[in-house]
Design a protein around this ligand. Sequence first.
Ligand code: 7PM
Length: 259
Amino acid sequence: MGVLNVTPDSFSDGGQFSDLDKAVQHALAMIRQGASIIDIGGESTRPNAKEVSLDDELSRVIPVIKALRRQSDVTISIDTSKPDVMKAAVEAGANLINDVYALQKPGAIEMAASLGVPVCLMHMQANPETMQENPSYVDVVDEVNTFFVQRLLACEEAGIKKQNVILDPGFGFGKTLQHNLSLLAKFSDFTIHGCPVLAGLSRKSMIGQLLDKEVEQRAVGSVAAALLAVVNGASIIRVHDVADTSDALKIFNAVQTIN
Ligand code: 7PM
């Protein structure tokens, strides 16, 4: 899964191509490099991020989804927690809902059920404004798994089949470095529900903390972390550096398919 952020400054350089054009070109480049899912997000979920209005989010993501859908049949994931964005995105050609609030916002679970597309449910402690203030768990892996059981039950009650659910422990979302390392070390524990598990580690602060490197120097560390997640059972990895990650996965797959 390649990350395509369409927040205002992601693709604007004042140059000759439109921001829409550049966003689509970046998605097509990630597809050529090996991405089979493009995750399109217009709402920043970074720590301390401000909320984005419905109209702003729609005007950022919908034109990109429509334009990409015209040029590719790649799986398009919409990264949103707003029911109205989910609906417009699926109507524009998105095939997957990636919700960092795990369909807990009012109306989200009903909307996802009625749209009938697969959903990715991510664990987060607290909310983006406060989540990194004082993350605290007795046992982070147990608590994330308990959350997954609760959300799978809510999905079943809403009419979303387990076969349509992807789970994600939410690296960096209300977690300290030690919590994040526990999630990665015990990643295989999240496969007990029988759903595919997604890992989003790319360029995150845990990589920065371990390497003492700024975000643009975290590609190698991110690839190493992604590969560990795959070895420990991840089915989908959400990454910025698609070409580098593809190289690592080709080595893994070659070793995996021997005999
Ligand atoms: C800080 C924290 C900076 C998070 C940037 C981010 C995930 C996601 C994001 C994830 C799923 C980023 C993010 N992370 N969706 N959206 N899983 N499902 O790295 O880990 O882009 S935002």
